[in-house]
Write a protein that binds this ligand. Structure first.
Ligand code: C5P
Length: 207
């Protein structure tokens, strides 16, 4: 069984995907971490000449060991860097096989990201598209960061999320839209448990 979970920044898709993976005993890949790892690898060259080529080389050299430092990768700064490398076509192409191989391992998998249902796993058994309004997303991300002891400027964080949404939505190499056969789940008013129950109900009625 392949479950594809897509949605914008801080929509709750990662938490839902890991909850679904636990529930069904499947491995889970947060594909945002791949873009974040590439972004981190080239952070010193941000907005400089050579940024694209360096990002392509970093994407081609990426392996699981680059995904280990999750705290560093999930910082707001890494998210912005990720969205800058994610617009580069050859970066996306270089990360395709890693994601596809993960998805097609025996027994199945849960993948979350932006283009899982549209590009990586157009053949997924169940596709979910998670949305939530920007204020709710900002507040969730703020609490997540605060729980790790990070001091949060909510105003700046809100703008960072909006900036990332805008870049993601305009990504010409993206595919960041709801697949026709994806189920829409709005989590604005749902807590984690309620959102997971709703996602499981969708999986159960689809399979
Ligand atoms: O999901 P997350 O917020 O960690 O993703 C970070 C960034 O990586 C996104 O804003 C997007 O630009 C990029 N991304 C992508 N395709 C994916 C997952 C993430 O382009 N499948």
């Amino acid at each position: 069984m392949i479950i594809a979970v897509d949605g914008p920044a801080a929509s709750g898709k990662g938490t839902l995907a890991s909850g679904l993976a636990r529930h069904y005993g499947l491995p889970h890949l947060d594909t945002g971490l791949l873009y974040r790892a590439v972004g981190r690898a080239v952070s010193a060259r941000e907005d400089q000449p050579g940024f694209e080529d360096a990002a392509i080389a970093a994407a081609r050299a990426l392996d699981a060991s680059h995904l280990a430092d999750v705290a560093e990768l999930t910082s707001a700064r890494s998210g912005v860097l990720a969205s800058k490398v994610a617009v580069i076509g050859p970066v996306r192409a270089a990360l395709f096989d890693y994601q596809r191989n993960f998805a097609t391992q025996p027994g199945g998998a849960v993948l979350d990201g932006r283009d899982i249902g549209t590009n990586i796993c157009p053949d997924a058994d169940v596709k979910l598209f998670i949305q939530a309004d920007s204020k709710a997303r900002m507040e969730r991300r703020a609490r997540q960061l605060e729980s790790r002891g990070v001091e949060v400027d909510r105003y700046a964080l809100y703008h960072q999320i909006e900036e990332r949404d805008a870049r993601d939505m305009a990504n010409p190499n993206g595919g960041f839209y709801k697949a026709d056969d994806a189920h829409l789940l709005d989590t604005t008013l749902l807590d984690i448990e309620a959102a997971l129950r709703a996602a499981i109900a969708i999986v159960e009625t689809t399979m």
